[in-house]
Design a protein around this ligand. Sequence first.
Ligand code: GLU
Length: 493
Amino acid sequence: MTSKISPHPRVRFAPSPTGYLHVGGARTALYNYLYAKKNGGEFILRIEDTDEARSTEESLRGVVDDLVWLNLLWAEGVDPKTLKDVGPLGPYRQSQRQDIYKKYADQLLNAGKAYYCFLTDEEIEKQREEAKAAGRSPHVNSPYQDWPLQKALEHIEKGNKGVVRFKTRGLAKDYTLNDLVRGEVKFPSDMVGDFVLLRSDGMPVYNFCCVVDDHLMKITHVFRAEEHLPNTLRQMMIYEGLNWPLPEFGHMALILDEDRQKLSKRKGAVACGLLKEEGYLASAVLNFIALLGWSHPEGKEIMSVDDMIQAFDISRLNPSGAIFDRVKFKWMNAQHLRALPNMELWNAIQPFLAREKMELPQDPVWQDKSITVFKPYMEILSDAIELYKPLNDKSYVILPEAEEAMKWESTKAVLTAWKELVSAHTSDYMTEEEFLKIQDEVKNKTGAKGKNLFMPIRVAVIGKPHGAELKILVPLMKKDSLIARAEKALAQL
Ligand code: GLU
């Protein structure tokens, strides 16, 4: 079959709003987006919501918000805020295009390339079982395929309901697709039987809508997941039936879990919204999914979207399955997170700290310093919660695990000396060196050493004998706060 390459590519992402945006969907959106940007084309968002029972406005809102979060913005489709149509070739929601599908179904019916079929589900099932028993292919063999259209219309007039089926008889030849990712894909001639275009309630099915829309929306390239390959054969037949040129197709390999099974949420979040909630950065999600099936020509791993646009080349799309390595994903997030300017990172962690209702200093100099200190310990934004928690005066409590250290004979002297030395410190904050010096002085004054020295001080600072390194934390704590905590600890002896 012929295909026409447009000098001005138009690609689309066509989610069905029946759930959340999955990382696989986000990757499809990203590759289409990169292709459009790289080649000066258009990226379109089409909403495939003909499954009325499963499509929801809430899901559409979620998918749109996730795409906006990822900054994969489209030129035509629905407005990200109002969800109303934008663009010259709309409507872009399939649920609003019924009349259009009807028109092309009629065209196929009139040309004898489709027919009304009145087989009941039971009859179809019976046929299938008989075919199976006789070792034949399980396709429907409809007695209605040769009915003249007029006869079928009269039958409908009388109150009978039928589906519109695409007639595959007479097309019996092997279809070959020159896939941009997989190369030559040959479909066996008996792979599909007469398939449904319109259901008996007049609702069109995905394959039919997809062809009509891709053609009318002037889509030049269709990049989508490999699981759509069987649909592509049906779509190629419909293109042929309507005498329309084929767009280019590229079917991307599946994303697999570490155990090489299809990616599932049992192993961890796969919904973009959940990744955001866990503290992954949009830039890291894009970077990571970009590399699930594509590679940079120089093997570059950490990339911005601009780097990807520059380097994107479909000849580097990999036809074999890509593994979703969660350890690598976290590592990559850490790289993106650590590359952020301090105050940007500070702002990014605020929603996470707010979850814990933390009250931290408003002083930007302190905020900047805290980020410098904690950045190397953060991989995802939510790591900030545990890092900052000890700095929140309101959450300072002496935990049961401190009990043992609080009972030692030398503890009182250690805590008293610690409190006095901190009180004598002349500025609001101390440096790491100053802290270590004070710790040494406590040792000299009390004779306590090893765990008898360190653990009580830890309790006086963070309420427990183990945990974050004090030389990192103490320089971020105001003298007054350290004194108040030491007093609280002393009061519990
Ligand atoms: N609505 C389909 C899906 O979500 C789109 C398939 C396609 O890109 O043609 O899988």
